[in-house]
Design a protein around this ligand. Structure first.
Ligand code: DOR
Ligand code: ZN
Length: 427
């Protein structure tokens, strides 16, 4: 019988309301028991000493670009999930803007096949429209059967009112969310960063906050009318945050995620055309960042998601306007959350854990995940909130190196990542 006992750690499991020193017994891929220290002694073949560490439900990243099929020069499912494991994520939700776009049951199943060599659980989020072209909805029921946990045209917004209405209606009946990349592209053509003093100084076209907020406002109305669930991807502006707050208050089924870069960095960090600070949505103003941190603390924001977007060296080493949008993020997200949110802004650990486990599991309906309650999948993230370390991008497990965090020092480090009862990463 395959078993592992995690001893002497502080279990922080918001889903079960637990925050105290406990031992956790994993057996045959499930959480078998959580009990007072010493009580489970002798019940497992092996033990893991988690003294001084937090033992949390396995972290779930709702927003990852794994690039397979079609762009293995940037990342593969094997390398992307290895980076996820190193970053403390036991599950990742894979976006469909692959080549070809994942709009079929075949690709959805192919991504989940054992031959891909995934180190953590991979949950595909499939295209909402055929080819993500924004013309015709995909077959949500068939795709859900193949393993899809949500639908999205991420990388692009679902702009048509009619299509978004129908997508929310159809997905709502299946109990899966429509994930919206909220960008009114009529307002952002030719833009490569946020509209503000820095875009003005650099002479670049800037994206206004309204381009995000307008789509979020529209989606709230449509979700309300259809009883569908809209999940706002990588929310970045104060105005969109306020809209989500109002929508939730009005009882609309909606959730929202924020990335580590949007609560850590601002548009000024673009400096002199540094493409490692180019992503979409772009880094915003100090006021937007402050609003996001408030939204994270007060519950308006439901999840932290990386938007891990690997790109090859040559795709970033060009003029700012021509460079690809996106940065990698799987290996630094938890350390950034601990350093910036917990240490600097006093966000309680349980709230941070909730944003990375219980809430993401609820948003995508991942059964028996995001919790350490007995019977849950044996996915566990163990981290040391006090350990100091420095990120060296050259040692990254990702195939790509497009990160602004090379050389950054953090307080808080992943100690072990456990998937299905097996230690797949030890830091
Ligand atoms: O920065 C981004 N990168 N934003 C997106 O919406 C897409 C992503 C990518 O696929 O590279
Ligand atoms: Zn996106």
């Amino acid at each position: 019988m395959d078993s592992l006992l995690i001893v002497r750690g502080r279990v922080v499991d918001p889903a079960s309301g637990v925050d105290q020193e406990m031992d956790v017994l994993l057996r045959e891929g499930r959480v078998a028991a959580v009990a007072a220290p010493g009580k489970l002694r002798g019940q497992a073949q092996r033990s893991f000493n988690a003294k001084g560490c937090i033992v949390a439900p396995g972290f779930i990243d709702l927003h990852v670009h794994l690039r397979e099929p079609g762009q293995a020069h940037k990342e593969t499912i094997a390398t992307g999930t290895a980076a996820a494991a190193a970053g403390g994520f036991t599950s990742v939700c894979a976006m469909p803007n692959t080549v070809p776009v994942n709009d079929s049951a075949e690709i959805t199943r192919w991504m989940q096949a054992p031959e891909r060599g995934a180190l953590v659980n991979v949950f595909p989020v499939v295209a909402a429209t055929v080819g993500s072209l924004g013309e015709k909805l995909t077959d949500f029921a068939t795709l859900k059967k193949a393993g899809a946990v949500g639908v999205t045209d991420d990388g692009r917004p679902i702009l048509s009112d009619r299509l978004m209405h129908d997508a929310l209606h159809a997905a709502g009946k299946l109990n899966i969310p429509v994930v919206q990349h909220a960008e009114d592209t009529h307002m952002t053509a030719d833009c490569s960063m946020n509209l503000g003093a820095t875009s003005f100084r650099l002479g670049l076209h800037g994206m206004p906050n309204a381009a995000e907020a307008n789509i979020v406002e529209r989606d709230i109305a449509l979700a309300g009318a259809t009883r569908g669930h809209v999940h706002v991807a990588h929310l970045s502006t104060r105005e969109a945050l306020e809209a989500v707050h109002r929508g939730k208050k009005a009882g609309v089924r909606m959730t929202a995620e924020v990335t580590p870069h949007h609560f850590t960095l601002v548009d000024e960090n673009v400096g002199d055309f540094n493409t490692h600070y180019k992503m979409n949505p772009p880094l915003r103003s100090l006021a937007d960042r402050a609003a996001l941190i408030e939204g994270i603390a007060d519950g308006t924001i439901d999840a932290i998601a990386t938007d891990h977007a690997p790109h090859a060296f040559h795709e970033k080493q060009v003029e700012f306007e021509r460079a690809a949008f996106g940065i990698t993020g799987l290996e630094t997200a938890v350390a950034i959350a601990l350093t910036v949110l917990h240490r600097h802004f006093n966000l309680p650990l349980w709230r941070m854990v909730e944003l990375l486990s219980a809430n993401p599991a609820r948003i995508f309906g991942l059964a028996r995940r995001g919790s350490l309650a007995p019977g849950s999948h044996a996915d566990v993230t163990i981290f040391d909130p006090k350990k100091k370390w420095t990120f060296d991008a050259s040692q990254s497990k990702s195939k790509s190196r497009n990160t602004p965090y090379d050389g950054w020092s953090f307080t808080g480090k992943i100690v072990a990542t456990i998937v299905d009862g097996k230690v797949i990463y030890e830091g």
